[in-house]
Design a binder for this molecule. Structure first.
Ligand SMILES: C[S@@+](CC[C@H](N)C(=O)[O-])C[C@H]1O[C@@H](n2cnc3c(N)ncnc32)[C@H](O)[C@@H]1O
Length: 233
């Protein structure tokens, strides 16, 4: 895990780059490191691409019932609400993320579940299915070992057929030699139109601590059917 030294409110802090518990527990620290210093702009990038595709299909954002997977402290939820989405539910494995959302962006999410999406029992799956989601967002969470394939597939399978899927993924996760399992999953869902892709865009997600660009791929499309077991690694 990489360590970084960050100055926030005239105070220097030594923090671990992917320690989200710590990043979310200090107000402004996540935004300062990931967005100001490492120049991440992905929530706004995905929003723009998504908005364009919604407009092209004459879909109003107000009709979306969104599951925001890996919601963190609510930066994606804020973009969605600003687009006009009226019903957004956050899901994140960390209690610290839910607390930070409540602290920094109260009222953005209709509900926020602290849940490990890889471990959904039947009754919890039914409870989440009750939201009748027609949109999944997952931003800045598929890369660096954050959200695994099973969690993404479980969330995907909670979305109604025809629903919108808007996410980004570290581009190297789509390469032939990928070991995360995402290359296999994403190629499989695209090949048989389990996910009907409308738009993909390769872009600079952020820079690394060495200032080198980190490339991600943004994907917007529509779900046609559930991810099947054999598509997972
Ligand atoms: C880099 S943050 C992205 C936060 C937010 N989407 C953004 O764009 O600012 C990735 C998030 O994924 C969450 N996460 C990792 N594994 C998860 C899992 N199995 N289920 C739900 N959330 C998970 C982490 O706790 C973290 O908040």
């Amino acid at each position: 895990m990489r360590w970084c030294v960050v100055r926030l409110n005239d105070e220097w802090r030594e923090i671990r780059l992917h320690d989200y518990d710590e990043l979310f527990s200090v107000p402004g620290l996540y935004e300062r490191l990931i967005y100001d210093i490492l120049k991440c702009d992905s929530p706004a990038r995905i929003r723009k691409l998504f908005e364009t595709e919604l407009a092209a299909s004459d879909t109003q954002a107000a009709t979306l019932r969104v599951l925001d997977l890996g919601a963190g402290n609510g930066m994606v939820g804020e973009e969605l609400a600003d687009m006009g989405a009226e019903f957004i539910v956050g899901a994140d494995i960390l209690e610290a993320a839910a607390e930070a959302t409540q602290r920094d962006r109260p009222g953005i999410y209709a509900d926020y579940h602290v849940v490990d999406m890889t471990r959904l029992c039947q009754s919890y799956r039914r409870e989440l299915a009750g939201y009748e989601f027609n949109c999944l967002t997952c931003v800045a969470a598929l890369g660096f070992g954050d959200i695994p394939t099973e969690a993404f597939a479980n969330a995907y399978n909670l979305i109604e057929p025809g629903g919108w899927i808007a996410f980004n993924i570290k581009s190297s996760y789509l390469d032939q030699d990928d070991s995360s399992g995402f290359a296999r999953l994403i190629q499989s869902v695209m090949a048989d139109k389990t996910l009907e892709v409308r738009k993909t865009r390769h872009y600079q997600h952020r820079v690394g601590t060495n200032r080198k660009p980190i490339q991600y791929t943004a994907i917007v499309g529509n779900k046609r059917r559930d991810v099947r077991e054999e598509m997972l690694p």
